[in-house]
Design a protein around this ligand. Structure first.
Ligand SMILES: [Zn+2]
Length: 380
């Protein structure tokens, strides 16, 4: 039996008055998700353990069955994996934004919309002038780069720059002499009004590959995503990362291409695919109700439909779920349980008829926590 998890990032929501008091998932036309819920089994899942902020990296790591208390290392190490930097023992990796500053304040967290080309050039210059055996700047994408410090301490307080727009930056400096020194020196090297801003430090996560934990079910597997954090999780989980042309992380993403890549991976030797689609989350952050409905319908008709039609006679189990709700009214993530469905052609269905936040509460799996979802899936 092969397995695929199709994850609609931020797809769950609250009831929206302008959608006749339905959630976007209830309002949207989703014949395939409803068919799979009806002929499969459902439940709800806590994806954000207590004590954690409902970030996508937290929720996706938990869905894959990992104990966050044991493996969570922040964003730095995930981004290191995503851009191909293999962290060594003793390395501390920290996200390194290039931010814009003015009048002693943080103007924005993205360096006035730096392009990847501009950002890369600036980070390479910083590495030449500030880098050494211990300190290394590694280019990433746009304003989002990486700083690796050998023997660096991750137990420091850093402030995410996007949480502090228009605030004075000096009181927000990290409580670490080396990082503070690098920030101040970067301002002498970068063009006027730009500064580095490191945040979210961590060591290499000690994640047991899924091919070890579930060695009978997963001999090789893949992750398909446009989001670097999810690529990083996939890397440490022992999954191969498949790049799909035109996968953007937005509603214009190449749904058909991602579906095709998943089908090809499963037909050419992979036992497991983690297929992540970001678009609904972006629509939620934008507070765009119509777009959120549309992204859910696209996921259903352009990605889930083709995968189901191509593979419905195969020995494959399909699981579908969001990682967390991103309610359009709140425009941010919340740590509430999410609905999930699990289907294969042999499964005895429960009574759930549609796939949404309410209906799945009546599913036969009940409410799952921790690694129960992954164990349940792999037991099929
Ligand atoms: Zn998410």
């Amino acid at each position: 039996m092969k397995h695929i998890i199709i994850l609609g990032d931020g797809m769950a929501d609250h009831k929206v008055p302008s959608l006749h008091n339905l959630t976007p998932l209830q309002y949207a036309s989703t014949p395939y998700m409803d068919l799979l819920a009806k002929s499969g089994r459902c439940g709800t899942l806590t994806t954000v353990p207590q004590g954690y902020a409902p970030g996508s990296e937290v929720a996706n790591t938990a869905i894959l069955g990992y104990d966050l208390d044991k493996v969570y290392e922040g964003r730095g190490p995930l981004e290191a994996a995503s851009i191909g930097y293999e962290m060594q023992p003793g390395d501390m990796a920290i996200r390194c934004n290039i931010i814009a500053i003015a009048d002693g304040k943080i103007k924005n967290h993205h360096g006035n919309h730096l392009t990847t080309e501009q950002g890369t050039r600036l980070i390479q210059q910083l590495d030449r002038e500030l880098g050494n055996d211990r300190v290394k700047f590694i280019p990433g994408i746009q304003y989002r780069h990486l700083l690796v410090i050998k023997g660096g301490n991750k137990n420091i307080t850093c402030n995410p720059p996007h949480d502090h727009p228009d605030e004075p930056w000096r009181p927000l400096l990290p409580d670490d002499a080396l990082l503070t020194d690098l920030i101040l020196r970067s301002q002498q090297i970068l063009p006027e009004g730009l500064s580095i801003w490191p945040w979210s430090p961590g060591y290499r996560p000690s994640m047991t590959p899924l091919t070890t934990t579930y060695h009978d079910q997963i001999r090789q597997g893949s992750v398909i995503t446009a989001v670097d954090l999810i690529r990083g999780i996939g890397h440490y989980a022992g999954l191969r990362c498949i790049d799909v042309e035109g996968a953007t992380g937005l509603s214009d993403t190449n749904y058909e291409g991602k579906a095709q890549a998943a089908i090809e991976a499963l037909r050419s030797g992979d036992d497991f695919v983690f297929l992540h689609v970001e678009a609904s989350d972006e629509a939620g952050h934008d507070g765009d109700i119509d777009l959120k409905v549309k992204t859910i319908e696209y996921l259903d008709s352009r990605l889930i439909g083709p995968i189901y039609e191509a593979m419905k006679d195969d020995d494959i189990t399909i699981a579908i779920l969001p990682d967390h709700p991103t309610p359009v009214e709140l425009r941010t993530h919340v740590a509430e349980p999410v609905p999930f469905l699990i289907w294969n052609k042999h499964i005895a269905p429960d009574t759930v008829q549609t796939f949404d936040e309410d209906s799945c509460q009546n599913g036969i799996y009940g409410h799952l926590h921790g690694d129960q979802f992954m164990h349940t899936l792999m037991a099929l």
